[in-house]
Design a binder for this molecule. Sequence first.
Ligand code: FES
Length: 231
Amino acid sequence: MKIYRYMKLTKEEKKLLIKAKDEPDWYSICDDIKDRRNGIYPNYLAREILQIYQNKFPVDKYKDWAILESQLDRKSFLGWLSIGWLAFVGATGGFFTAMIRFLFPNVLFEPPQSFKIGFPNDFESGKVDLRFKKTHNVWIVRDDEKIIALSTVCTHLGCTPNWIETDRKFKCPCHGSGFRSSGINFEGPAPRPLERYKIVMANDGQILVDKTKKFNYEKGEWGRSESFLKV
Ligand code: FES
């Protein structure tokens, strides 16, 4: 007996079912169909068989096999046609996408690494300023003596922590690392403090942050002049 890899009814099986003489004949054909699929009878196969059954019993609506056969052939032809059409659309779509990408290569528009954030008085002492978190991935923190620019990248695996004002800490949502407003890590798996960026006063009196220059606590760089701005 031929074993079918695919579950859907073949045209021959449909023909056999439609031509079944009576219900006992119908059920023996169904058994054969099942056997060909190693006894597997999934829902969509059952649905297909049920559909034919409902047209067959109690009143047989499949009067003219010749008409039905031509319909089945047409259906399968259209099926192949649509598969062919989809393949064609996929292939040409891929080709044109590649062409367009070639003509307009990927350009990543990143915010500038060096930017002005305003005047020292725009920042309140004891506050963590969140205004540049989204646009530049930087927190600006001011205390009584200085202003610092902290990186928003968690030193564990790179998630973005949130500032929790009530607890006065940055809390990373990924694995729970906690950082003080100074950037020092004190809980969770983060192995080192947040990084600080270069922060200086520009000629016009505004504060300039430069992300191309980083200062790491563990390397003893937080004491360097450009790692904080004295106020
Ligand atoms: S990435 Fe922040 S704790 Fe893991």
